[in-house]
Design a protein around this ligand. Structure first.
Ligand code: GLA
Length: 659
C-alpha cells in the first residue's frame, strides 16, 4: 500500500487547498513566488472544480489544469489532486433532479451551495466515476501528482427515494430476513412490524419519535453508502496509479462517517482541524483531534489536510488567531505525529461564501501578519523535516475507547438526558489526560488492547458482545480499565441489557445492582466526597468483592458509591468536575505504570515525544521555565538547552538530546 513518504519524499508536507480557478492566471505566478517564499511544497487542487472541468454534461475542460499542474511541477510543488465530486455542477441537478438529496421532511437540498449530491443516486455515481476516470487517466502520469484526495468531507445524509431503496438493500444484507429485522428493531413496540421490505423507509419525519434502531441503522447505512462512493472513486484512481496514495479528509467527531471503518480503506488518513482560537482549551481540542487521527491511521502516516491560518467564517463570531497561535498549533500537529500541516486555503477568496475565511495569504497580502507567520512556520517545518521523517509518537500507553455505534445510539430521542453529549464527555476525559500530561491514543472497543497499560472508556452506551469480552479479557490479562457512566447499557441493536448494564461488566466493576439512573440538570452538581459530579449519577449497590472508593455525599444518593473499584477495574458513575477528574485519572494511570511525557511541567505546557524528539508547547501567555534535565539542543533555535528551557507566550521548543 502506498504511504505518505511516497508523496512527501521525506519532507513534512506544507501547503494548502489551492483554488486557482478563482483567479486570473497572472495571479498564479504571484502565488508560485509566494509559495516558494513560504516553503510550500504541496497544494491540494480541484476540490470544488467540477463545473470548471465539466461545464456541460460530458464536456472536458482540462486546459487550465494542465497549465497549473505543469506550473507546480516546474516549481517543485507537489499536487494533491482532488476528485471534484463533492459539488456537482448546476446542470446535474437541473437535468437529473434525482441527484439532489432530500432531508427528513422531504425537502430538496438544491444546488447553489455545495455537497448537494444524493450518495445513492445512480446518475450521480455514474458522472462521478466518469470525471474521476478521466482525471486519473490524464494526470496519473503527471510528475506533479503526489496524492489523490477523494471528494471532500463526505457528509451528506439523504432521506430520498433512491436512498430508501439502497437502505432496504443494506438492511437485507445485514438481517437477511424480515423476521430478523423486526426482532432487531423491536417492532412489536408501537405496531411497527413490517410485512414487506418495500414498507421500510429511512427514518423520515414522523408524528412522534422514530424507532431508535431504525435510526441507528440509518446512520450505519449512511456511513457505508458514502464509503461506497469513496471506494468507487478510490478504486478508479488506484487502477491508474497503484503507487500514489489516496486519502479523503475527515471532519473530526463527525457523526456521518464511522472513522474507524473509513480509515482502514485509506492509504493516508487526513483530518480538518479547526479548534476555536478563543477557546481556552483549543490546544487540548487540537491534541484530541491529532490523537484521534493518529490512532485511526493505526501506525500509518496521517496529515492535517486543513486548518485555518486565521479566522474561519462559520462560527457565530469568528476570531483571528493571535500572533504565535498558528505556529504553536502547527508544531503541535507535528509533535503528535502529523506528516503534513496544510490549510484551507492558500489565498483568501474575494468572492463566494468563504471570502471572510482566512487563507495563508490573507486579504492583507504578503505584508500581512498572517503570511509572515506562515513563512516562519514553513521555514521551521523544513528544519524539522529530516528529524521527524518516518518517526512516530512514543509513550502513548493509554487507550481511550471511541465508537461511532455507541455515539449514534446514545444520542437519540427518548433518552433520559439531553445534556449528555458524547463528544463532550469524550473531550472531558481526554482533557483530564492532557492536563495530566499523559499522551493518549484512541482505540475501537474491539481492537486488540493488550499493548496499552490503561484503557479508558469515557462512555460507551452501546457495546457489542465482542467488545465486552475484549474488555474482560484485557483486565484478566493484567490491564487496568476505567469506565465512565452509562456504559454497556445496550447491545448492538440498542436493546437494553438485562439489569440495565451488561452482566459481564457488572461483574467486572463489582456492581451488584444498578437500581436507577439519576441524570442531572444542566447546572446541577451532585456532591461526592472530595469533589462534585456533573451530568449524571447512578444509584448503585456494590457487590461484596468491590469497594466504593468514593461515595456520594448528601442528596438522594448519600453514601452510595460514586467511584467503584474492583481490582484493576474502576467505574465512575458521575462525571467529576475537571479539577477532580484529572488527579483521579492521573493516580490510576500512575498505578498502571503510565508515565507522563515529562515531569514537573508548568501549567499550560504540553510535552509530547515523537521519535527521539521532545516537543514542548506552551499554550499560555506568561513566560514559564520548563525543567528538562540534561543537555539538549533546540532544533528551532539551534541553541543548547541545559536543564531548563524558557518559553514565552505560545512558545515552543523541539529538543534533541545533545551527544
Ligand atoms: C471545510 C472544507 C473546506 C472549507 C473549510 C472552511 O473544512 O473542507 O472546503 O469550507 O471547511 O473552514
Amino acid at each position: 500500500m502506498p504511504g505518505l513518504t511516497d508523496a512527501t519524499r521525506g519532507r513534512i508536507l506544507f501547503g494548502g487547498d489551492y483554488n486557482p480557478e478563482q483567479w486570473p492566471e497572472e495571479v498564479w505566478q504571484e502565488d508560485v513566488r509566494l509559495m516558494k517564499e513560504a516553503g510550500v511544497n504541496s497544494v491540494t487542487v480541484g476540490v470544488f472544480s467540477w463545473a470548471e472541468l465539466e461545464p456541460t454534461p460530458g464536456a472536458r475542460e482540462f486546459g487550465w489544469l494542465d497549465r497549473l499542474m505543469d506550473l507546480m511541477h516546474e516549481n517543485g510543488i507537489g499536487v494533491v489532486l482532488a476528485t471534484p465530486t463533492a459539488s456537482p455542477p448546476p446542470w446535474m441537478g437541473r437535468l437529473h433532479p434525482e441527484t439532489l438529496p432530500r432531508d427528513e421532511d422531504g425537502r430538496i437540498e438544491w444546488w447553489g451551495g455545495r455537497q448537494h449530491f444524493a450518495h445513492s443516486s445512480a446518475v450521480y455515481r455514474r458522472y462521478a466515476a466518469a470525471i474521476t476516470e478521466d482525471l486519473a487517466a490524464r494526470y496519473g502520469g503527471h510528475p506533479a501528482l503526489t496524492m489523490w484526495h477523494i471528494n471532500n468531507e463526505y457528509c451528506t445524509y439523504d432521506w430520498g427515494d433512491e436512498a430508501a431503496t439502497a437502505f432496504r438493500r443494506w438492511l437485507q444484507g445485514r438481517y437477511g430476513t424480515l423476521d430478523a429485522l423486526n426482532t432487531a428493531w423491536g417492532t412489536a413496540f408501537w405496531s411497527q412490524g413490517y410485512d414487506d421490505w418495500e414498507g421500510i423507509l429511512p427514518p423520515r419525519h414522523a408524528h412522534y419519535m422514530n424507532n431508535p434502531t431504525q435510526v441507528l441503522d440509518f446512520k450505519r447505512f449512511t456511513s457505508d453508502a458514502l464509503m461506497e462512493c469513496f471506494v468507487a472513486e478510490r478504486d478508479i484512481v488506484a487502477r491508474h496509479t497503484p503507487n500514489i496514495p489516496v486519502t479523503s479528509n475527515f471532519m473530526p467527531f463527525w457523526q456521518g462517517q464511522d472513522a474507524w471503518a473509513w480509515a482502514g480503506r485509506e492509504d493516508v488518513v487526513s483530518v480538518d482541524s479547526y479548534p476555536d482560537p478563543r477557546d481556552p482549551l483549543g490546544g487540548q481540542y487540537g491534541a484530541l483531534i491529532h490523537d484521534m487521527t493518529r490512532s485511526q491511521a493505526r501506525g500509518g502516516p496521517w496529515m492535517v489536510m486543513e486548518q485555518a491560518a486565521g479566522p474561519v467564517n462559520w462560527r457565530g463570531v469568528n476570531h483571528p488567531k493571535p500572533p504565535g497561535l498558528n505556529r504553536l498549533w502547527s508544531l503541535q500537529a507535528v509533535a503528535r505525529g502529523a506528516d503534513a500541516v496544510c490549510y484551507f486555503q492558500w489565498r483568501q477568496s474575494r468572492q463566494g461564501a468563504e471570502k471572510f475565511h482566512s487563507g495563508m495569504v490573507s486579504h492583507a497580502g504578503e505584508r500581512g501578519r498572517t503570511f509572515q507567520e506562515v513563512k516562519r512556520i514553513g521555514a521551521e517545518l523544513a528544519l524539522l523535516s529530516e528529524k521527524v521523517a518516518d518517526t512516530r509518537v512514543t509513550g502513548a500507553d493509554v487507550a481511550v475507547l471511541l465508537d461511532w455505534n455507541a455515539w449514534w445510539a446514545s444520542g437519540q430521542d427518548g433518552r433520559l438526558s439531553g445534556e449528555v453529549d458524547y463528544p463532550a464527555v469524550v473531550r472531558a476525559w481526554h482533557r483530564a489526560l492532557w492536563e495530566a500530561n499523559v499522551t493518549a491514543s484512541f482505540a475501537h472497543p474491539e481492537h486488540d488492547l493488550s499493548a496499552y497499560k490503561l484503557v479508558v472508556l469515557p462512555q460507551l452506551y452501546l457495546l457489542t458482545d465482542t467488545a465486552i469480552d475484549n474488555l474482560v479479557a484485557y483486565v484478566r490479562g493484567g490491564g487496568t480499565v476505567v469506565s465512565g457512566f452509562l456504559t454497556g447499557v445496550a447491545d448492538q441493536d440498542d436493546r437494553v441489557r438485562q439489569g440495565g448494564m451488561d452482566e459481564r461488566l457488572r461483574k467486572l466493576f463489582g456492581i451488584r445492582t444498578l437500581h436507577e439512573w439519576w441524570p442531572l440538570d444542566a447546572d446541577e452538581k451532585v456532591g461526592v466526597e472530595g469533589f462534585r459530579g456533573t451530568l449524571w449519577s447512578e444509584e448503585i449497590e456494590a457487590a461484596d468483592e468491590a469497594y466504593a472508593v468514593i461515595p456520594y455525599k448528601g442528596g438522594e444518593l448519600d453514601g452510595l458509591p460514586a467511584v467503584l473499584r474492583k481490582g484493576r477495574a474502576w467505574y465512575l458513575s458521575t462525571l467529576p468536575e475537571p479539577a477532580a477528574l484529572w488527579p483521579l485519572l492521573a493516580g490510576i494511570a500512575e498505578d498502571a505504570g503510565v508515565r507522563p511525557a515529562l515531569d514537573h511541567l508548568p501549567a499550560g505546557v504540553e510535552a509530547v515525544r515523537r521519535g527521539e524528539l521532545l516537543f514542548l508547547l506552551h499554550h499560555g501567555r506568561d513566560t514559564v521555565t520548563v525543567p528538562v534535565p540534561g543537555r539538549h539542543r533546540d532544533l528551532l533555535t539551534g541553541e543548547d538547552v541545559v536543564d531548563a528551557v524558557e518559553l514565552g507566550r505560545y512558545g515552543a521548543a523541539v529538543l534533541e538530546a545533545a551527544p
